[in-house]
Design a binder for this molecule. Structure first.
Ligand code: XMP
Length: 323
């Protein structure tokens, strides 16, 4: 007999039994799964948990603050925030190939996260032995069902630590589906902005700028994206729309006319999709007046954007993201 309360109780017991009086680390991504996993472990072992959030500078407007303030306020968790945005920008400089961007972001992310783990180990001693992960039931099935351990290697060791450190994994969401995870998160008091968050790719806005990723372009895209999200929420479309990537075509220059003269700016693409599982998707037939409002606001409020276009491609053949 499944109830959210019984799942929480059961998992709290299991986490306490597994971790004992040792310490655990959990990486937060800003997404639902890692936040709920961390909140559960926090409920079970309190200050024995340290959460780590790597700010890669590729998040949407307000999302880092949501983790820093709202998540901490809701859970009381210890949080270590690593601001690595400069490092990511440097690593991405001059790169416009989508797959290369993905690889760079993934690689830097692992390096920064492992560095943070090593610092925590040095501060808190070798009894840190557990790594919390927000693995869901569909991930377990897909990967063949094994539970595991994780290694951090010595290649960027900050010194004074054993060659390899092995973590035992804590995966309190292994039996749950996404909707159940959201219910558990809500019951644990996490804010709706976290619990109801739509899918967002790990490489973040880095793969929503077609062209090189720069600070200015990120700031511009963050503004356009915030306007689109705000208007979709006001229009009550957050449930109907699975996710709505907002993409900056930074390598395209479009001509516009604003005020007295011609402008040379960039187009923004809106990509609202309806989907069950992101494997297939269709473009959302959303009301013209909402599209008009978003378009007017973005072209008025975001400098260097003089055109807003709508992506009307289903998946397949188009993917949800542009890169
Ligand atoms: P596509 O673009 O392949 O996206 O139709 C399917 C779903 O996956 C998300 N996505 C990613 N998520 N890292 C992620 O964590 C990635 O590199 C990545 N690429 C795409 C996308 O937002 C959609 O929900």
């Amino acid at each position: 007999n499944w109830t959210t309360g019984s799942v929480i109780e059961e998992q709290v017991e299991a986490i306490r039994a597994q971790v004992g009086d040792k310490r655990a680390i959990c990486g937060l991504s800003g997404g639902v799964d890692s936040a709920v996993a961390a909140a559960l472990v926090q409920k079970a072992i309190g200050s024995q948990l340290t959460c780590v959030y790597v700010d890669h500078g590729l998040m949407r407007k307000g999302e880092t603050e949501q983790v820093e303030k709202d998540f901490v306020a809701a859970t009381g968790a210890n949080l270590k925030v690593v601001d690595a945005s400069e490092r990511f920008l440097t690593a991405l400089a001059g790169v416009s190939d989508p797959e290369t961007k993905r690889k760079i972001i993934g690689r830097e992310f692992i390096r920064v996260f492992e560095q943070a783990q090593l610092e925590i180990l040095q501060e808190e001693g070798p009894e840190v032995a557990f790594l919390v992960q927000g693995t869901l039931y569909p991930d377990v099935v897909e990967s063949g069902g094994g539970t595991g351990t994780a290694n951090i290697k010595s290649h960027h060791n900050v010194g004074g630590l054993p060659e390899d450190i092995e973590f035992e994994l804590v995966e309190p969401l292994r039996q749950l589906f996404k909707d159940e995870v959201r219910m558990v998160g809500q019951e644990l008091g996490l804010p709706d902005e976290i619990v109801q968050r739509q899918p967002f790719p790990g490489p973040g806005l880095g793969i929503r700028i077609v062209g090189e990723v720069t600070k200015d372009r990120l700031d511009l895209l963050r503004e356009a994206d915030a306007i689109a999200r705000e208007e979709l929420t006001v229009a009550g479309l957050d449930r109907e729309i699975w996710q709505c990537p907002v993409v900056l075509l930074a390598d395209v220059r479009s001509v516009g006319v604003q005020g007295d003269g011609r402008t040379y700016g960039h187009p923004i693409v809106l990509r609202p999709v309806s989907s069950e599982d992101a494997m297939t998707a269709d473009w959302t037939r959303m009301p013209y007046d909402v599209l008009a409002k978003i378009s007017t606001r973005i072209t008025n409020e975001v400098a260097d954007v003089n055109r807003v276009v709508l992506d009307v491609t289903s998946k397949p053949p188009g993917t949800i993201e542009w890169e």
